[in-house]
Ligand binder design. Structure first.
Ligand code: RDZ
Length: 297
């Protein structure tokens, strides 16, 4: 039975292409002998990497070099007495044979960084859209955790109906859940904020030095879904709520606070968090203590 370790080792870089285009055993083919071919190519890559050379170029050059041509023949014509090539450390094999997912993720990250830098037009006063920065910072306050927590507590205090209190109690629960989940993920992922960000945000927690996911984006998406579900609003107001959430997310990238993926994932996370809140909906029936305690205030 083939172990995962063997399957990684036995899948040479570019082996499928070369096996179609060159004859087995030719120098370009890298030996052609099944697992031997893979080992040979990894060996060239490893030695070039150790010498500080770009592995891709080195691989091409290595397959053309007379030294490697000579080296490839014994592998092809290797008899049973031929000593096997030295085994490479596991991490090198993995590193030199990136999966499709790995390549896709790296490409996505490269596009993310490039796009985020391009969109960070309000990252500083001297940036191309620097004059819009105060407006973006106002938007930032409109989606800040403190603004929403204080606003909800105030409305809860002023609320005189059971139905209103129930909705606000759940909004409070949603906001606290969001702060907790975002802090946990930020602490786990520890992705640094973009280099062009100025850390001049109003009231932050220690994990807010990290950028993934955007707390403002999760809140915008969570709160807007909550409002759309529980408040009876005219269509123009509903559109305004969605626009606010979208522009708030965009402003995070424009201010240079976040990369695009931080905000995109934030929107997704906030949307999912609402589903949790909806599922665990607190009511006088399933959480009577909360409501009785609040009533006694
Ligand atoms: C202090 C409290 C209660 C919340 C902090 C809210 C905050 C500053 C989140 C960071 O948001 P981004 O991740 O979008 O920058």
């Amino acid at each position: 039975m083939a172990s995962p370790r063997r399957s990684v080792e036995g899948r040479p870089l570019g082996a499928s292409a070369s096996s179609n285009s060159s004859s087995p055993g030719s120098p370009a083919h890298g030996g052609g002998g099944g697992g031997g071919s893979g080992r040979f190519e990894f060996q060239s890559l490893l030695s070039s990497r150790a010498a500080g050379v770009d592995p891709t170029c080195a691989r091409l050059r290595a397959s053309e070099s007379p030294v490697h041509r000579r080296g490839s023949f014994p592998l092809t014509a290797a008899g049973p007495s031929q000593a096997p090539p030295p085994t490479l450390p596991e991490e090198d094999r993995m590193d030199l044979n990136p999966s499709f997912l790995g390549i896709a993720l790296r490409s996505l990250l490269a596009i993310d960084l490039w796009l985020s830098k391009k969109l960070g037009v309000c990252a500083g006063e001297s940036s191309s859209w620097g004059s819009v920065r105060p407006l973006m910072k106002l938007l930032e306050i409109s989606g800040h955790g403190i603004t929403w927590l204080l606003g909800t507590l105030y409305c809860l205090y002023r609320s005189d109906s059971w139905a209103g209190r129930e909705v606000l109690m759940n909004l409070l629960f949603a906001l606290l859940l969001d702060l907790l989940v975002v802090a946990l993920i930020k602490g786990l992922v520890r992705r640094r904020r973009p280099a062009h960000n100025q850390m001049d945000m109003f009231v932050t927690l220690s994990v807010d030095k990290y950028s993934f996911p955007s707390g403002h984006a999760t809140r915008a998406s969570l709160v807007s879904r909550f409002i759309l579900k529980h408040l009876v609003l005219a269509i123009p107001l509903r559109v305004l709520v969605i626009l606010w959430a979208f522009i708030l997310g965009l402003s995070r990238v424009m201010l240079g606070r976040h990369n695009v993926t931080d905000v995109a994932f934030g929107f997704f996370l906030g949307y999912m968090q609402y589903s949790i809140v909806d599922y665990c909906w607190l009511s006088p029936h399933n959480a009577p203590v909360l409501f009785i305690l609040w009533n006694q205030q």
